[in-house]
Design a protein around this ligand. Structure first.
Ligand SMILES: [Zn+2]
Length: 62
């Protein structure tokens, strides 16, 4: 299943962020285990360098 770059439409490669996992949470909540999500997966475009991030637990942003 190939993923295409939203900027240049080239094939994107799944990547790993160093210092993984980076955690992300909504700006208006306290950072706790309940509110934070990892970033996974992460893709890099091998043509233009664009990086596409997804949160692992999208429900925490609803
Ligand atoms: Zn691209």
């Amino acid at each position: 299943m190939d993923k295409n770059c939203s900027k240049c439409n080239s094939i994107m490669v799944e990547a790993v962020i160093d210092s993984f996992p980076i955690r992300i949470y909504k700006a208006d909540v306290k950072p706790t285990a309940e509110t934070m999500s990892s970033i996974n997966p992460c893709y890099v475009c091998s043509n233009c360098g664009y990086i596409d991030f997804y949160v692992e637990n999208v429900d925490k942003f609803k």
